[in-house]
Design a protein around this ligand. Sequence first.
Ligand SMILES: CC1=C(CCC(=O)O)c2cc3nc(cc4[nH]c(cc5[nH]c(cc1n2)c(C)c5CCC(=O)O)c(CCC(=O)O)c4C)C(CCC(=O)O)=C3C
Ligand SMILES: [Fe+2]
Length: 366
Amino acid sequence: MFPYQAVVLTSFGGPEAPEEVMPFLRRVTAGRGVPDERLEEVAQHYLHFGGRSPINEQNRALVAALGEELARRGLALPVLLGNRNSEPYLADTLRHAHDEGMTRILAVTTSAYSSYSSCRQYREDIAGAIAALAEDGLQVAVDKVRPYWNHPGFARTNSRLVTEAVRGLLGRGAEDGATPYLVLVTHSVPRAMDDTSGPGDGEGNLYSRQHEELAAAIAAEAGATLGVELEHDLVYCSRSGSPATPWLEPDVNDHLRELAGRGVRQVVLAPIGFVSDHMEVVFDLDTEAVETATELGLELVRVPTVGTDPEFVAGLVDLVIERAAEARGEEPRRPAWPGDAPRPSVCAPGCCPNLRVAKPAACGMD
Ligand SMILES: CC1=C(CCC(=O)O)c2cc3nc(cc4[nH]c(cc5[nH]c(cc1n2)c(C)c5CCC(=O)O)c(CCC(=O)O)c4C)C(CCC(=O)O)=C3C
Ligand SMILES: [Fe+2]
């Protein structure tokens, strides 16, 4: 028996028209201490693209790809989309699912790592959606697949995409024979959020450590495949919040300046922190960082995100099957690369805490 009646791709959401931009930004930042100047700046990023984020279309493509891969494995499971910050909202999606008789649902988030923003906040919003239905006497149960930063489907796909990008640059041949420099990039978060990422017992900084570990593994594997010594750094983009609050650094633009100063001429920029080419990627990287690189005379190649890459999609379906086996009380094989420590599918109590207000969170032991 398959324990779930549907999969819900649980994502951030984004605006699709200019008039949706400010309401979206206010919803995302409610109670999060983001200054108005920052909101106006980010509104301009969206308006630069006609007020439309590419994220929803990308999620719809992933929903379709997941449905096809599930069907290919003999699992005729509906795949739904539920967002945290724009339509279709998660609560509405779960309500429709309940109307169709689906009461046990598996969430797959579009976020791979451990931290409050990338894991617990999704769990809080899942709990909020379940509570909204419960107010109307409707019961749904939601489980979630584990954070998949080190699931081979995500990690190895990133590694292959980086390898292909570096190979492309090597093929063109730098006149001085220099190897391109690999810069891996993810969303910055407040230092306090990173410090508390993970389950307390000496495991803080899980967010930055997971990225560091994957970045090093990719650099080593791509270098070995191509027979070159590939230097790499992990950097951060999309810093928000108050300028007085410390966030993870270095910023990608500052780092490109430093690399150019050290004589680097070619950079491969790999957004390993994101699963699709959404606004952070098309603005903060493809617009802003590309502009910085151009000013510096750096050649920059941006690696694609995993998107709907078949190896990534197959990995997500593997995770669905793994979680279903766990729900049946079995002990499935839980592959991990890099390392040998897959994250638990049910989060530990107090994992990646909300540092502002205590809120109920689903898919965990608290
Ligand atoms: C770790 C992380 C991810 C990766 C994990 C994941 O994917 O979830 C992520 C993804 C995303 N973040 C997104 C958009 C925004 N994030 C903001 C603000 C913030 N993000 C934070 C963290 C993260 N964010 C944090 C700590 C803040 C500060 C406010 C707060 O403490 O919550 C703001 C407010 C304005 C600003 O200041 O930038 C916006 C508009 C979009 C949608 C893009 C699109 O529309 O295409 C996506 C996928
Ligand atoms: Fe964000």
